[in-house]
Design a protein around this ligand. Structure first.
Ligand code: 26V
Length: 821
C-alpha cells in the first residue's frame, strides 16, 4: 500500500522506554502473543514475551530510518553476505536501546530471573566463522554510525552445525535454531520474488538489428523476505537485515499436477525449499556442490530484484542507481551479482552493453577474505551451463572484453591471458569467481595490511597492474558493544568509571588508559576483573561440562575454526613439549597453565577432525598424570559459537594467534582477545602485525618466520625431516605421537599427522617449532611477574581502539562507498 505523507498514523501505544511501560508490555506479550499466564509460563515463554516487548521498542526508529532516507535522498549501502553470525540478540538489543538495566529490573519485579531468560535464546549461527561474524559487527557499526544500510542474507533453516564430542571425536548435529520460532523477525509474505533456474537461452534480432536474448523454460523458486531490525547503539538509526527463505511455486509443480502425480509435485516443492535449508560449512573441497551454486544465485537474484524494486519505488528509472546505492559483496559468494545485473539491464531493461557495464562497475565492490588457493571459489562451466545458461554467456562476453584489453596491453604474451582469464582451463573448465568479482567491481579490498599487500603482489598482481588503485586495504574490526561491553561487563564498568562512557561509540578513547598502566591501585582493580572473569568461566564449565579449571593457573586460549593453517597442531606440539619437561623434572620454574582449545572442524575435513581427536587424546593423558597435576591441564570446549566466545574471551590471559605467516587474511578473534586484556602470542600474520604495532611489540609475544621467509622456503625447497634430526625435544614429541603414547589402544591412530609433518609440512610447523617454544618461555617469564603482566595487559586494552568496526565502516564509507560525497 502506498504511503501518503499526509496520512496521520493510527493511534498506538508508545512502547515504553521506562520500567512501568516495559513491564506492562512484557506482561501483555506473555498473555496476548504467547498466550500464557505467568503461573504457566516457561522460561522460553518469558523470553518470547521479553523479546517481543524489546522488538516493539525498535519499530518506531526502524520505520523512521527508512522514511528519512527517502526524504534526504542519501546513498544507501547494501551489504550482501551469505553469512551473518549474529549469536543471541536479546542483550545486544537491550544494550543498544539503553534498556538493559531497566529490563533486568522489570523481570526481577515480576519474580523472573533475567539470566535464566537470556540463556534460553538460541544463537543465530548463520555463519562459519570470522567472515560471518564480521558481517554482524558491520551491521552494528553501520547503525551506530547512522548510516542507512541494509544487510541481505539467507534465512537458513539450519545454521552452523552443533558440535558434540563423543569418545574424543567431533560429531555433528543439525542446528535447528528456528524450531521454537524466532521472535525477532518480521515475516514479509508480500515481499517475494521469482528466482529462475535451468532452461535455455533463445535469441532473435530486432528490426534495428539489436540482438535480444530470452532465458526460457526455467524452473521457478520463490524467495520470501524476513526482516530483522538492527538498532544502533545510542543512536536513532535502526537498519534492516533482510533474510531470504525459499518456497516452491505452483508453476514449478504444474506439469506434475496435470499428470496427476501429486507425490512428485510435493517432492519437487520440497526440493525448491532445500535451497535455504542449510548453511554450507567451509570445507576443504569445492566438489559436487550444485545446491550451493543454486543457493548463491537464489540469494543474488532475490537481493538484486529487491534493491531495484526499492529504487524504482522512488525514481523513474535505473540511471541514478549507482548514485543512490553502493553494494558490497562479502567475498565471492554473491559475485553472480555481476552477470545477473548485466542480464537484467540488457535483457529486461534493454540497456546497451557499455552503459550496463558502467553501471555494474560503479555499483559493486568486493571484499576478499583469503588468498589460500584452495579456498578461492570456482564453479564448473558445465554446472553453470546447466543451471544458469544465460549467465554463462555473459561471463564469456565479460571475459572476451577483458582479454581484449589484456591482449592490447600485453601483445604477444598468451600466458598472461591464461592467468587473468575468468575461465580456468587447467583440469576441467571452471569460472574463477574472484576474477569475475574483480573485473565487475570498482574497488576490491583485503582485510589487513599484509593480506592486501599479498593480494597486490602475488595472487592478483596482474589485476593490480591492469587496474591501479582498485585494490585497497580496510583492516577488519570488531564491535566494542558486543565484544567489550556485552562480553565483559566487569571491565566495561571499570573503564566507564575511569574514562566515562564515551569509549563505547569512540573506542580510540581507550588510549586514555595508558597512563594508568603503572598505577598500582588501578592494576589491582584490573587484575581483579580478570580474576573474576576466570572464576566465572571456571564455574560455568564446571556446571555445564563438569570440567574443573583452576583459576589460579594461566588461561592460555586458542579458539577459532580448526584449520591446518591456523596451526592448532603447533600448540599441541608445544603442550607435549611442556609435558615432557615437567615429567623430566625441568619444569620447576614453569608457570601452571590451563590450555584451552575450542573450535569446529568442517564435517568433511579429515585432517582437521584428526587434530581435534589428538587434542582430546593428549588431554586425556596429561590431565590424568599425577606427575604434572596442578601444573598443566588441557581442555577442549565443545561447540564454539558466539555465546561461548562471549564467556571465554574475557577470561583469557594468553591469546594464541599462531597461523603460518601469509595465510590468515586478518583474524578477528585476535582483536577480541587483545581488547579484553589477553596478551598475544602470535606470528607476523594478518592483523597480528597491526595489533603488535598498535599495542607495542614489547607488549606482544612475537615469533616465527615472516611471510617473506616462508615464501622463500617454499621457493628454495623445505625439508622438515632435517629439522627433526637437529632437535631432540621435537623428535621425542613426534615419536610419542607416532608410537601411540596418546592412543595406546590404537597405536597408529595419529601416525598420519607425523607423516605429514615430516614429509611435506605444508604449513611450516617444524620451521617455527623452536621459536614457538622459546616464545612460550618468555610468556612464563613475564607471567611470573604479575605487575609486569598486568601492565602489558592494560596497555593492550588501551591501544586496541583502532580495531573497532566503527573505524572500519568509516573507511569503507569514505574510500569505497563514497557515502559522504
Ligand atoms: C579457508 C580455507 C583454507 C583451506 C581449507 C578450506 C578453506 C575454507 C575457507 C577458508 C576461508 C574462507 C574465507 C574466510 O572465511 N576468511 C576469513 O575472513 C575473516 C574476516 O575477514 C578473516 O578475519 C580471516 O582471517 C579469514 O580466514
Amino acid at each position: 500500500m502506498a504511503k501518503r505523507a499526509s496520512t496521520p498514523p493510527l493511534p498506538h501505544d508508545r512502547p515504553g522506554l521506562d520500567k512501568v511501560s516495559l513491564q506492562r508490555s512484557i506482561s501483555n506479550h506473555l498473555l496476548f502473543t504467547v498466550g500464557k499466564t505467568r503461573d504457566k509460563a516457561s522460561r522460553h515463554d518469558w523470553f518470547v514475551a521479553v523479546a517481543h516487548a524489546v522488538r516493539d521498542c525498535m519499530v518506531e526508529n526502524w520505520i523512521q530510518t527508512q522514511e528519512q532516507l527517502h526524504k534526504h535522498e542519501g546513498k544507501r549501502v547494501y551489504y550482501l553476505s551469505l553469512e551473518f553470525l549474529l549469536g543471541r540478540m536479546l542483550v545486544n538489543s537491550l544494550y543498544n536501546l539503553g534498556l538493559l538495566d531497566t529490563c533486568r529490573e522489570c523481570l526481577t519485579d515480576l519474580g523472573v530471573d533475567f539470566e535464566s531468560i537470556r540463556a534460553v535464546e538460541e544463537d543465530a549461527g548463520l555463519g562459519n566463522g570470522g567472515l560471518g561474524r564480521l558481517a554482524a559487527c558491520f551491521m552494528d557499526s553501520l547503525a551506530t554510525l547512522n548510516y542507512s544500510a541494509c544487510g541481505y542474507g539467507i534465512r537458513y533453516e539450519y545454521g552452523m552445525f552443533h558440535q558434540d564430542i563423543e569418545n574424543g571425536e567431533q560429531i555433528e548435529r543439525p542446528d535447528s535454531w528456528l524450531r521454537f520460532g524466532n521472535p525477532w523477525e518480521f515475516r514479509r509474505p508480500e515481499v517475494s520474488y521469482e528466482i529462475h533456474f535451468g532452461g535455455k537461452v533463445t535469441h532473435y534480432r530486432e528490426e534495428d538489428g539489436v540482438a535480444r536474448y530470452h532465458w526460457v523454460d526455467t524452473e521457478v523458486v520463490l524467495a520470501l523476505a524476513y526482516d530483522l531490525p538492527v538498532p544502533g547503539h545510542a543512536t536513532p538509526t535502526t537498519n534492516s537485515l533482510r533474510l531470504w527463505s525459499a518456497r516452491g511455486t505452483h508453476e514449478f509443480d504444474l506439469r506434475y499436477f496435470n499428470e496427476g502425480d501429486y507425490m512428485e509435485a510435493v517432492a519437487n516443492k520440497n526440493e525448491s525449499e532445500n535451497l535455504s535449508m542449510v548453511l554450507y560449512p567451509d570445507d576443504s573441497s569445492m566438489e559436487g556442490r550444485m545446491l550451493r551454486l543454486k543457493q548463491q544465485y537464489f540469494f543474488v537474484s532475490a537481493s538484486l530484484q529487491d534493491i531495484i524494486q526499492r529504487h524504482l519505488n522512488h525514481h523513474p528509472d535505473l540511471s541514478m542507481l549507482a548514485d543512490k546505492v553502493a553494494i558490497q559483496l562479502n567475498d565471492t559468494h554473491p559475485s553472480l551479482c555481476i552477470p545477473e545485473l548485466m542480464r537484467l539491464l540488457l535483457d529486461v531493461y534493454h540497456w546497451d552493453w557499455d552503459s550496463a557495464w558502467d553501471l555494474t562497475n560503479r555499483l559493486f565492490s568486493y571484499t576478499n577474505h583469503t588468498i589460500m588457493p584452495e579456498a578461492l571459489e570456482t564453479w564448473s562451466v558445465d554446472l553453470m551451463e546447466k543451471l544458469l545458461p544465460r549467465h554463462l554467456q555473459l561471463v564469456y562476453e565479460i571475459n572476451h572484453r577483458l582479454l581484449e584489453e589484456v591482449r592490447h596491453r600485453h601483445p604477444g604474451d598468451p600466458s598472461v591471458l591464461q592467468r587473468l582469464s575468468l575461465i580456468d582451463e587447467t583440469g576441467g573448465r571452471r569460472v574463477r569467481m574472484a576474477h569475475l568479482a574483480i573485473v565487475g567491481s570498482h574497488h576490491v579490498n583485503g582485510v589487513a595490511q599484509l593480506h592486501t599487500q599479498l593480494l597486490k603482489s602475488t595472487t592478483f598482481a596482474e589485476f593490480d597492474a591492469l587496474y591501479p588503485g582498485k585494490i585497497l586495504n580496510v583492516t577488519n574490526g570488531i564491535t566494542p558493544r558486543r565484544w567489550l561491553n556485552e562480553a565483559n561487563f566487569r571491565l566495561s564498568a571499570l573503564l566507564s568509571e575511569t574514562l566515562g562512557e564515551a569509549w563505547k561509540n569512540d573506542l580510540s578513547q581507550l588510549s586514555a588508559l595508558a597512563p594508568r598502566a603503572d598505577d598500582e591501585i588501578f592494576q589491582q582493580r584490573f587484575r581483579a576483573v580478570k580474576q573474576a572473569n576466570k572464576q566465572a568461566l571456571a564455574a560455568y564449565l564446571f556446571q555445564r561440562h563438569g570440567m574443573t579449571l583452576d583459576p589460579e593457573t594461566l588461561f592460555d586460549v586458542q579458539v577459532k575454526r580448526i584449520h591446518e593453517y591456523k596451526r592448532q597442531l603447533l600448540n599441541v606440539l608445544g603442550v607435549i613439549t611442556r609435558y615432557n619437561r615437567l615429567r623430566s623434572g625441568q619444569g620447576d620454574h614453569m608457570v601452571p597453565r590451563t590450555v584451552i582449545f575450542s573450535g569446529k572442524a568442517a564435517p568433511g575435513y579429515a585432517a582437521a577432525k584428526r587434530i581435534i581427536a589428538l587434542i582430546h587424546a593428549v588431554a586425556e593423558v596429561i590431565n590424568n598424570d599425577p606427575l604434572v597435576h596442578d601444573r598443566l591441564k588441557v581442555v577442549f570446549i565443545p561447540n564454539y559459537n558466539v555465546t561461548i566466545a562471549l564467556r571465554l574471551i574475557p577470561a583469557a590471559e594468553l591469546s594464541e594467534q599462531i597461523s603460518t605467516a601469509g595465510t590468515e587474511a586478518s583474524g578477528t578473534g585476535n582483536m577480541k582477545l587483545a581488547l579484553n586484556g589477553a596478551l598475544t602470542l602470535g606470528t607476523l600474520d594478518g592483523a597480528n602485525i597491526e595489533i603488535g604495532q598498535a599495542v607495542g611489540w614489547d607488549n606482544f609475544f612475537v615469533f616465527g618466520e615472516t611471510a617473506e621467509q616462508i615464501a622463500q622456503l617454499q621457493k628454495t625447497g623445505y625439508h622438515p625431516q632435517e629439522l627433526v634430526h637437529t632437535h631432540e625435544e621435537l623428535r621425542q614429541v613426534l615419536d610419542m605421537i607416532t608410537q601411540g603414547y596418546f592412543s595406546p589402544d590404537q597405536p597408529h591412530r595419529f601416525a598420519p599427522i607425523v607423516e605429514e609433518l615430516t614429509t611435506r609440512d605444508r604449513f611450516f610447523l617444524l620451521a617455527d617449532y623452536e621459536a614457538y617454544i622459546a616464545a612460550q618461555e618468555r610468556v612464563d617469564d613475564v607471567y611470573r611477574n604479575p605487575t609486569e603482566w598486568t601492565r602489558r595487559s592494560i596497555l593492550n586494552v588501551a591501544h586496541m581502539g583502532v580495531f573497532s568496526s566503527d573505524r572500519c565502516i568509516q573507511e569503507y564509507a569514505r574510500n569505497i562507498w563514497h557515502l559522504n560525497d
